[in-house]
Design a protein around this ligand. Sequence first.
Ligand code: AKG
Length: 275
Amino acid sequence: MSSLTPKQLKQYEEEGYVAPIDVLLKEEAVEIREEIELIEKKWPHELEGLGRNYIHLISPVFDKVCHNQKILDVVESLIGKNILICGTTLFVKNPNEKGFVSFHQDAKYIGLEPHNWVTAWVAVTDANEENGCMRMWSGSHKADLQNHNQKFDENNLLTRGQTVENVPINETKPVVLKAGQMSLHHPTIVHGSSLNKSNDRRIGFVIQSYIGANVDQVLGKMYVQQARGNDTFKHHEHVERANKLMNQKGIEIRKKANEELSKIFYSGSNKIGKY
Ligand SMILES: O=C(O)CCC(=O)C(=O)O
């Protein structure tokens, strides 16, 4: 098993994230991009809005990434051997669009308690400073949850446009990844990303998140898959893995999962955004 090295574990503990980690071959990243572009062509609205979530339930290509043993080996070194997949999101920034992600902490609105979980950001394309890679506020995971202003900006790729203000940019670090590499980040690290100024798409496939089986969803209902070990806690409903692109069962579960996710993300809000 190739878990994180002591140096990588130290980076995660001290900085709140670890990167880059090689997980996929370049050809596998190309295959994932092709799957996205095939879906966009055949079912033009499928990945829009809420449709950016839970693609692993309708696509065997994405299912394979979620259950990738190299990814699970490193995830295990952070959250233990009983691992569940509780959701996935595509973060796509097209060239000539104004998409950005305000600085935020994932744990603020996601309802996953305790924080025995980690988010894996898999680079489908290269991610760099030119095309708007993530920036991590190193060490910020050690503080409590912070106040977030809710801005609902139409170019913000976050549900509520939730924003931690006054982040010292010089203390943030770019997470530069090659296609096929991954970063892992802590539930409470403050992070965000800015515009894609390149001529190509910037695509991240985010397993959001891998959770320990002990983690409950305190704001709503979640549909999970067992990635490794077992689930003696039984907090969540387990669902089947995708065996065929756009299989009917997967489509139905994905619809339900998205309805529930929306309730979770907008819990307590009197406004709903486009995701
Ligand atoms: O893809 C991005 O730029 C941001 C993604 C993000 O905020 C996350 O994965 O938690």
